[in-house]
Design a protein around this ligand. Structure first.
Ligand code: 93A
Length: 506
């Protein structure tokens, strides 16, 4: 798969940086083919060059619009050297082999930015050059494509250090970069032609039009394949906010895939109830008891089949969406009694590995947070070790914490979310909120476990936790003042474990 460059077609708008490459290629006896301006440039260096017209027997026409667009040029780039009929046709039509293609496209973006007239801009839409790039990149098995000045130094290295020999890996990498150049170039042309209004219409064509966005005065669209993830059995059309809650719900319940029957209730993307029990109906009732006020109008999700008993309980609650991997027929019948209630069957598919959101005038993309804290991740940092049941609760709390808006504090006990403080600007505020909520719903925090999405910069959180009755704490650790919190726990008989993994969610 190693190939040596013996011939090159060079067609560049900017001649900057070309000289050393041309000289090196010449030193290695590479035959050079070129177009008008580039040909002049090479000739002026005193280096022999064959004009493309000599290959095509056709002059450059239409004021330069057609220079390289010819089967003898594209045949030379696109032929497969291991294909007998290609090799035969190359001979039959007297097509010269082209091993290397170097292109620098007409500067479309620069011309737009200069405020040039539409006519000048359109003349700067490169046709032959972009085709050369695509052809060279498509045939990377045999051809080396250099589609940008940025790759000149890599090319120089290849011709200098490897005497013009390239590996398949080299060529594939250059092809990838070339497709990046061509897609960016076409993207720029698209952006020039599309005014805001047309882009908006495009969106409507390609996305699912929602009734409205986050609020009724905002337009909204969904781009995605909802049906790949869910089968909708019943209910009204999903709204923008429903979709966000469903997204939060499936991410949350994903943490409990291998646990026993687990039920979660979410509001505004955060869990306001979650419990694991022997049966799904018990899990539902325990989740609801956590915060029945917030559960009103919530999104409900189960990690196992919803049976009739559970459906009858759910039916007493006004809720927007119910999600489960499956339902008993009688359960569906009961849940369908409310006309608008959305019932979704969650398909067994992996959640996407990347997350995208807008940021300023662009996008942010990141990997999904796919670390779930397990017993193996825990390092006890206090004299007091957490008990076996505390360890279960710490992991349980941490899984909820990870899926709750930062700053977050989660209290849990016996496989039940007791309360949480969510989306607060300080961790202390989150903790105070969680304590107040637990009290408001009549829960006793004695012996409960606490999870924090990030480390404690000061010992104030463990102090407040102790006062509230918490006996075990899970947090990532890593603050320069970790010792202060550890010392307080040691003096006050609290168990604390570090996970080493921060779980911010903004
Ligand atoms: O007008 S084009 O789209 N038609 C062509 O056939 C063609 N072939 C190469 N422009 C074409 N090119 C472009 O010409 C190259 O991409 C490069 O930007 C430029 C080099 O022209 P010259 O060698 O005459 O300076």
């Amino acid at each position: 798969t190693t190939k040596t460059i013996q011939s090159a077609l060079i067609s560049v708008f900017s001649k900057d940086g070309l000289e050393p490459i041309v000289r090196k290629l010449h030193e290695q006896n590479v035959t050079l083919y070129s177009t008008g301006g580039t040909e002049d440039f090479i000739k002026n260096l005193g280096i022999p060059v064959v004009p493309v017209e000599d290959i095509t027997s056709f002059p450059e026409i239409l004021g330069g619009r057609v220079k390289t667009l010819h089967p003898k040029i594209f045949g030379g780039i696109l032929n497969r050297q291991d294909n007998e009929s290609d090799v035969q046709q190359m001979k039959e039509f007297d097509i010269p082999q082209i091993d290397l293609v170097i292109v620098d496209l007409y500067p479309f973006e620069k011309t737009v930015a200069s405020g040039a007239s539409e006519q000048d801009i359109i003349e700067k839409i490169d046709i032959g050059g972009i085709s050369l790039i695509r052809a060279g990149a498509k045939n990377f098995k045999d051809t080396v494509i250099v589609a940008s000045v940025n790759e000149y130094s890599l090319l120089l290295d290849l011709i200098t250090e490897q005497n013009g020999a390239t590996t398949l890996e080299n060529r594939r990498l250059l092809a990838t970069k070339a497709f990046h150049v061509s897609s960016h170039y076409d993207g720029a042309i698209f952006n020039y032609f599309n005014t805001d209004e047309t882009i908006y219409k495009e969106s409507i064509d390609n996305g699912q039009v929602l009734r409205y966005g986050e609020n009724p005065h905002q337009k909204g669209f969904f781009f995605g394949d909802f049906d790949a993830m869910f089968k909708k059995v019943h209910g009204k059309e999903l709204s923008y906010n429903n979709l966000l809650d469903v997204d939060a719900a499936v991410n949350l319940i994903n943490e409990f895939k291998t646990d026993g029957p687990t039920f979660a209730i979410l509001k505004h993307n955060n869990a306001c109830g979650l419990a694991s029990r022997k049966t799904i109906s018990e899990a539902y009732l325990a989740a609801l008891a956590c915060d029945p006020t917030s559960a009103f109008g919530g999104v409900l999700i189960a990690n196992t089949k919803i049976d009739l008993a559970t459906a009858q309980e759910i039916n007493k609650l006004f809720c927007e969406v119910v999600i489960a991997p499956s339902y008993d027929d009688e359960a569906i019948a009961v849940l369908q009694e409310k006309k608008n209630r959305i019932i979704l069957v969650q398909n067994e598919v992996e959640l996407p590995s990347r997350q995208v959101r807008t940021c300023l005038n662009g996008l942010l993309i990141q990997d999904r947070n796919n670390i779930t804290d397990t017993k193996e991740h825990l390092k006890t940092v206090t004299i007091t070790e957490p008990t076996a049941s505390e360890i279960e609760d710490l992991i349980f709390a941490s899984k909820i914490c990870k899926n709750t808006k930062s700053n977050t504090i989660v209290f849990a006990k016996n496989g039940t979310l007791i309360s949480s403080g969510t989306g607060q600007t300080s961790r202390v505020d989150a903790l105070v909120q969680a304590v107040d909520k637990a009290k408001a719903f009549g829960f006793d925090l004695t012996g409960a476990s606490m999870a924090s999405d990030a480390f404690f910069p000061f010992p104030d959180c463990v102090e407040l936790a102790k006062k509230a009755g918490i006996t075990a704490v899970i947090q990532p650790g890593g603050s320069i003042k970790d010792e202060l919190s550890i010392n307080y726990c040691n003096e006050n008989n609290l168990a604390m474990v570090f996970t080493g993994t921060r779980h911010f969610k903004h």
